[in-house]
Design a protein around this ligand. Structure first.
Ligand SMILES: [Ca+2]
Length: 236
C-alpha cells in the first residue's frame, strides 16, 4: 500500500512539473521579457534623432552660407571689374598726350611744323603748351624722336630746336632739365666731316639738323627753327 501511494505521488508530481514548464514556455513565447536596456535604447534613439536634426540644420545653414558666399563672390568680382576698368581709364587718361602731341614711351612730342622761332622763343612756345623743348634720356628715346620728326616733315632742310645748350660754359652741354647732354654717336652729327658741336661760342643751342639726317648740331641761338616740344608723363 505504501509503495502504491509513493508511485502515485511521483507520477502526479512529474505531471504537475511538466504542466508548469509548458505554461512558462507559452508565456515567454507570447510575452517576451522586456530588454533590460529598454529605457537606454529609447534614450539613444532619441539622441540620434536630435543629432540628425542638428546635422540637417547645420547642412541647411552651410548651404545658405555657401549661396551667400557665391553671391558675395559675384558682387566682389563685379566690384573688381569696375575698379579695374576705372584703373585702366585713369591710367589711359594719365598717359594720353594733349592736343597735337604724339606719345613716345613716357613722353609726348610735338613738332610745330608751321612755326619758326629763336631758341628762347621756341622754349617759351613749348612751355606755353605745358612742356619744354625736347630732351632725350637715351639713344632709344632719341631714335624715336628722329623717326617722329622724319615722318612729320617732308623737307630735309628743316631744322628743329631741342632742349640743350652750352650757354653757361662753352663746351659743357646740358639739357634744360639740368642733366648732362651725351656727346658723340648716335646723338651728334657731322658737318663737313667735322664732329659736332663745332662752332664754339658762336653756337650755344642744340638743334636737329635736317640735312644731316636730323642729328644734333650746335646752332646760333638767335636763328629761327621749328620747336620740337615735349611733355614728360613721368619723372623718370
Ligand atoms: Ca657753344
Amino acid at each position: 500500500m505504501r509503495v502504491v501511494v509513493s508511485v502515485f505521488w511521483m507520477v502526479a508530481g512529474t505531471a504537475w512539473a511538466l504542466e508548469e514548464n509548458s505554461v512558462d514556455n507559452l508565456y515567454d513565447e507570447h510575452f517576451p521579457p522586456l530588454h533590460p536596456n529598454c529605457t537606454q535604447v529609447a534614450s539613444v534613439n532619441m539622441e540620434r534623432s536630435l543629432t540628425d536634426l542638428l546635422l540637417l540644420r547645420i547642412e541647411v545653414q552651410l548651404r545658405e552660407l555657401k549661396q551667400a558666399e557665391q553671391a558675395s563672390a559675384g558682387i566682389l568680382r563685379e566690384m573688381v571689374d569696375i575698379l579695374t576698368d576705372n584703373k585702366v581709364s585713369f591710367t589711359s587718361r594719365e598717359v594720353s598726350c594733349p592736343g597735337n602731341f604724339r606719345k613716345f614711351g613716357d613722353t609726348c612730342l610735338y613738332l610745330a611744323k608751321e612755326t619758326d622761332l629763336t631758341w628762347e622763343a621756341a622754349r617759351v612756345f613749348c612751355q606755353d603748351l605745358g612742356g619744354d623743348l625736347a630732351v632725350f634720356r637715351d639713344a632709344n628715346a632719341f631714335a624715336e624722336a628722329l623717326r617722329y620728326v622724319k615722318s612729320s616733315v617732308a623737307a630735309k632742310d628743316t631744322t628743329a630746336w631741342v632742349g640743350g645748350r652750352d650757354h653757361l660754359v662753352e663746351g659743357e652741354w646740358r639739357w634744360v632739365d639740368g642733366e648732362d647732354m651725351p656727346r658723340g654717336t648716335p646723338f651728334w652729327g657731322d658737318y663737313n666731316y667735322v664732329r659736332e658741336p663745332a662752332q664754339g661760342a658762336a653756337a650755344n643751342c642744340a638743334a636737329l639738323y635736317g640735312p644731316d639726317g636730323f642729328l644734333v648740331h650746335d646752332g646760333v641761338c638767335g636763328s629761327k627753327y621749328k620747336p620740337l616740344c615735349q611733355i614728360k608723363l613721368s619723372r623718370k
